[in-house]
Every structure is written in structure tokens, then in C-alpha cells.
Design a protein around this ligand. Structure first.
Ligand code: AMP
Length: 214
């Protein structure tokens, strides 16, 4: 069952999508990770995207739709989980077209619900392994061995440049103005499943498993 995982920045979309990739063979299609990859490779897309991302604004819809279209072609018919896309009504409409042209079906849209104060707190204490991109949190999820990535044993970590409190406030505004309205769009089509994203990551994963298996 193909999925969209939706929720405000810091809700845990990437963490849950990665878990689903490891446990159920999904392909995680994270537009944020794709853009950060382009930024670190210094491609023309990365150069354009960095300016927008550092302000907490959105990369233009056409660019994002093209990026997702290419990725969907690359994964052929494997089940996928969209993380960070669609983020606007235009992207959602274009996604419907893409899926129908590629004969793919969306099975469910999983919303992670988290209060705003908790989100800011989570984001400002988040850090990532430079080598493999594993995401940690100073307060909730530290590496098991301090300074050493659990996944790849990398020793270098960084903070996302858009994870400051000021940029986070813009990202939240963008989420509420442009992305939250998509919840009604998918709700009206009977696809929306909302889960409590305030509990621990395993408890969130259990709720998602209940949806997928139920
Ligand atoms: P994320 O990792 O999902 O929080 O995305 C980080 C940043 O990448 C966002 O704040 C946007 O600037 C940009 N971005 C990611 N996905 C999209 C998208 N679907 N549409 C527009 N901008 C995006």
C-alpha cells in the first residue's frame, strides 16, 4: 500500500518513513533529503534550493513535481512512502495526475499530530550523521555510543541549517498555510489516517503498523 506521511516539521515523518523502509521494504521518497543531497553535491538545483530552504520557504511546485516524477520512474513498481511531498494543493493535484499516468495507487495518508511547542523543542535539539543521514535528538534519541553513529559508526554530526528557531517558525507558518489544507483534501477521499505523534517513536510506529495491518 503506497503511503504519504504528512505532518509539521519535526513531527517525525522522516524517522517513521525510515522505519517503514527497514521493516516493510518501502522506498522512502523524501523531497527534503533529495534537496539536501542536491545542495551538498552543489548542483544547479541545490544552489537554487538552498536559498529557499534556509529561509524556511518552499521550492517551486514544478521543480518538486518533476523531481518526484523522476523518482517514481526509478523505483518502478516498488511500494513507496512519500515524505515531505505533496506540500501544496498544486503538488497534490499534480501527484494525482502522475500516479494515474503511471498506474500507481495511493493507499493511505498518515498524519502525525504533534503540538507546536513540542515541535520547536524537538527541532532545535536535532542533529544528523554526516555520513549516512541518520537523525538524532540531544534529548530523545542520542547515539548509543556517544559521538558514534548507531547505523554507520560515523563520527561527524551536523545540524540542519534550517533547524534554527527563527527558520522553524517560518516552516511552521508555511505548513499551516499550504500543507495543512491537504488534510481535508485527503480526508474527503477517505484516505486520511491520523496518529498521535507526541508519544515515543516506537509507540508511533505501532499506531502506523495498526493502520497498515488493520
Ligand atoms: P523537510 O526535510 O521535509 O523538512 O524539507 C526541508 C525543506 O526543503 C523545506 O523547508 C522546503 O524548503 C524544501 N522542501 C522539501 N519538500 C518540499 C516540497 N514538497 N515542496 C517545496 N519545498 C520542499
Amino acid at each position: 500500500m503506497n503511503l504519504i506521511i504528512v505532518g509539521p516539521p519535526g513531527a517525525g515523518k522522516g524517522t517513521q518513513a525510515k522505519l517503514l523502509e527497514q521493516t516493510r521494504g518501502y522506498v522512502q521518497l523524501s523531497t527534503g533529503d533529495m534537496l539536501r543531497g542536491a545542495v551538498s553535491e552543489g548542483t544547479p538545483l541545490g544552489e537554487r534550493a538552498k536559498v529557499v530552504m534556509d529561509r524556511g520557504e518552499f521550492v517551486p511546485d514544478e521543480v518538486m513535481v518533476e523531481l518526484i516524477s523522476q523518482k517514481l520512474d526509478e523505483i518502478v513498481d516498488r511500494p513507496f512512502i512519500l515524505d515531505g511531498f505533496p506540500r501544496t494543493e498544486k503538488q497534490a493535484l499534480e501527484l494525482d495526475l502522475l500516479l494515474s499516468n503511471k498506474s500507481r495507487i495511493m493507499g493511505a495518508v498518515i498524519e502525525l499530530m504533534v503540538d507546536k511547542e513540542v515541535l520547536i523543542d524537538r527541532i532545535v535539539s536535532r542533529f544528523t550523521c554526516v555520513r549516512c543521514g541518520e537523525v538524532y535528538n540531544k534529548r530523545f534519541k542520542r547515539p548509543q555510543v556517544e559521538g558514534c553513529c548507531d547505523q554507520c559508526e560515523g563520527k561527524e554530526f551536523l545540524r540542519r541549517t534550517d533547524d534554527s528557531e527563527e527558520v522553524m517558525r517560518n516552516r511552521l507558518k508555511a505548513y499551516h498555510s499550504h500543507t495543512a489544507p491537504l488534510l481535508a483534501y485527503y480526508g474527503n477521499r477517505g484516505l486520511l489516517r491520523s496518529v498521535d505523534g507526541m508519544v515515543g517513536l516506537n509507540a508511533v510506529a505501532a499506531q502506523i503498523a495498526g493502520i497498515l495491518d488493520g
